[in-house]
Write a protein that binds this ligand. Structure first.
Ligand SMILES: Cc1ncc(C[n+]2csc(CCOP(=O)(O)OP(=O)(O)O)c2C)c(N)n1
Length: 327
């Protein structure tokens, strides 16, 4: 298998998807220890969308994202140790231990901001795209959001402004069909979400978000348009989250989605699907997977050890980084 020594380009996608899956499963496994004192929104099941989209970017491009941000942070090259330290509330965390899982950023890697107020990071991403345009940089801002954020007024204002100014922005929606427990069909009229771009004269596409290559292709086309000065695009990737909305467990017992629906998506589980595809094309084999899994496992162990052993922020720093400090 010479492709493995020469590193087939699709191996990077697989590695990134598997790494995100394993990191999030490790977070889920250890959450009950009650040492991670922040909510976690896992993207298990959404890795193809996350990795496909981020793989279309280069380092100097910027990503803004949401409460469900672990995958974007990792796929864009964010530092794992600093992420875990943040989730453990440590001083060495990427937000000094003050933000937790929903506030990951790594400016060096191009993760500009993660914000849990639904829709709030969208105009920040538009502002970054405007700054790129004004500075005549050839970089792109990718604005990651969930389907529910398309119901916020600021989403529509942002699309309008970005289209008007032909900004180098890609609006990337991971449509996992739920706003917490409410299905898309109870919140929006039946039509592709990507049709929202039509009213703004914006290019758009809706793709199978569990097919990493399809996502990569659609986002690459959008990024190419943005770099060429042809303006923004709206890309919608249809996908599914397998864990509970917030937390390490499963919430299917609440009855907000049927076992048949969950099973339908399990058949399209993105990591296994890509694994089988790569296996059938002889790009990976069992030995490769075993070695890769061991490498990632060691990296995860290192990051957890780092986080657990790192000091908490000092009490004296409590007043730092807040809006108004007392005299
Ligand atoms: C403005 C605002 N309203 C409500 C909430 C509570 N809330 C947190 S996550 C969420 C659902 C978000 O759904 P979506 O944007 O599709 O992302 P997903 O959680 O599915 O990844 C809601 C309503 C919030 N954080 N911000």
């Amino acid at each position: 298998m010479s492709t493995m020594t020469n590193e087939h380009p699709q191996l990077g996608l697989f590695r990134s998807m598997l790494r995100i899956r394993m990191i999030e499963e490790a977070i889920a496994d250890r959450y009950a220890e009650q040492e991670m004192r922040c909510p976690v929104h896992l993207s298990i099941g959404q890795e193809a969308a996350v990795v496909g989209a981020c793989s279309a970017l280069r380092k100097t491009d910027k990503v803004v994202t949401t409460h469900r941000c672990h995958g974007h942070y990792l796929a864009k090259g964010g530092d794992l140790r600093r992420m875990m330290a943040e989730i453990y509330g440590r001083d060495a965390g990427c937000c000094g231990g003050r933000g937790g899982s929903m506030h990951l950023f790594d400016d060096d890697a191009g993760i500009a901001v993660s914000q849990p107020i639904v829709g709030s990071s969208i105009p920040v991403g538009v502002g970054i795209a405007l700054a790129f345009q004004q500075a005549q940089k050839n970089d792109v801002a990718m604005i990651c959001l969930g389907d529910a954020a398309t119901e916020e007024g600021v989403f529509h204002e942002s699309l309008n402004f970005a289209a008007l100014k032909k900004l180098p922005a890609v609006f990337f929606v991971e449509n996992n069909y739920f706003s917490v427990y409410t299905h898309l069909s109870d919140r929006q009229p039946v039509r592709p979400i990507s049709n929202m771009a039509l009213g703004h004269g914006m290019a758009s596409a809706q793709v199978d978000g569990n097919d990493v290559l399809a996502v990569q292709e659609a986002v690459t086309a959008a990024v190419t348009r943005a770099r060429a000065g042809e303006g923004p695009s709206l890309i919608v990737a249809d996908t599914y989250r397998f864990r509970e909305h917030c937390g390490p467990l499963f919430d299917d017992d609440l009855g907000y989605r049927s076992p048949e629906e969950v099973d339908h998506w399990k058949q399209r589980e993105p990591l296994e699907r890509f694994r089988q595809d790569l296996r059938s094309r002889n790009i990976i084999d069992a030995a490769f997977e075993e070695a890769l899994t061991a490498t990632i496992q060691a990296e995860i162990q290192d990051a957890f050890d780092f986080a657990i052993n790192a000091p908490a922020p000092s009490p004296a720093s409590l007043g730092e980084y807040i809006y108004a400090q007392s005299a």
